[in-house]
Ligand binder design. Structure first.
Ligand code: 5GP
Ligand code: MG
Length: 178
């Protein structure tokens, strides 16, 4: 196991780059099969999903497009608290098949909010592809169509995911050492 120190915390390797890439190939195979006549628009949710989206796109062989969006969090006045708003989408998505490309789903709150907004904008079909899924903490009832790897409820960095902005450039995934 390799250890790295990022700011004040220690992390150790938990998922190798080879395992990540294998899981992405499996996701891509299913996307190629399920959406071959759909001309899907992949929506990469920045920042964390940039690396996953790049490797997924290299393995997707059907006609498709990609665009990049961000999630802006702000505190709503309602009792639900934090609201996630989709920004940066300039394409007309009416009647289109959309694949939301996420790095990780934890509580599912983020992806649930995004999915609702994309549906409200008139998409024909909205699917979720996430590299990582933490099922223990997924309270929102969201069930992603495509999951790369299911992981325990620990904090991870690497392969696009950060700790305070650092660690995104690590090729493997690392878990916080408690
Ligand atoms: P959710 O709304 O599903 O609870 O949160 C999803 C977002 O939380 C992800 O897009 C990611 O930004 C962040 N997140 C959740 N778990 C982790 C983790 O283990 N490591 C990192 N770096 N970010 C995480
Ligand atoms: Mg994310």
């Amino acid at each position: 196991m390799t250890r790295v120190k990022i700011l004040d915390k220690e992390f150790e390797t938990s998922i190798s780059e080879a395992t990540i890439l294998e899981s992405i190939n499996e996701v891509a195979k299913r996307v190629n099969h399920d959406l071959k006549d759909e001309n899907p628009l992949m929506l990469c949710v920045l920042n964390g999903a940039f690396m996953f989206a790049a490797d997924l796109m290299k393995a997707v062989t059907i006609p498709c497009q990609i665009s990049f969006v961000k999630v802006a969090s702000y505190n709503g006045t309602s009792s639900t608290g934090s609201v996630k708003q989709l920004i940066g989408l300039n394409e007309d998505i009416k009647g289109r098949s959309i694949v939301l490309v996420e790095d990780i789903i934890d509580t599912g709150v983020t992806i649930k909010g995004l999915k609702e907004q994309v549906v409200a904008m008139g998409a024909k079909d909205v699917r979720v592809a996430t590299l990582l899924f933490k099922p223990e903490s997924c309270m929102s009832g969201i069930k992603p169509e495509y999951i790369g790897l299911t992981i325990p409820n620990d904090f991870i960095v690497g392969y696009g995911l950060d700790y305070d902005g650092y660690g995104r450039n690590l090729r493997d995934i690392y878990t916080l050492v408690k």
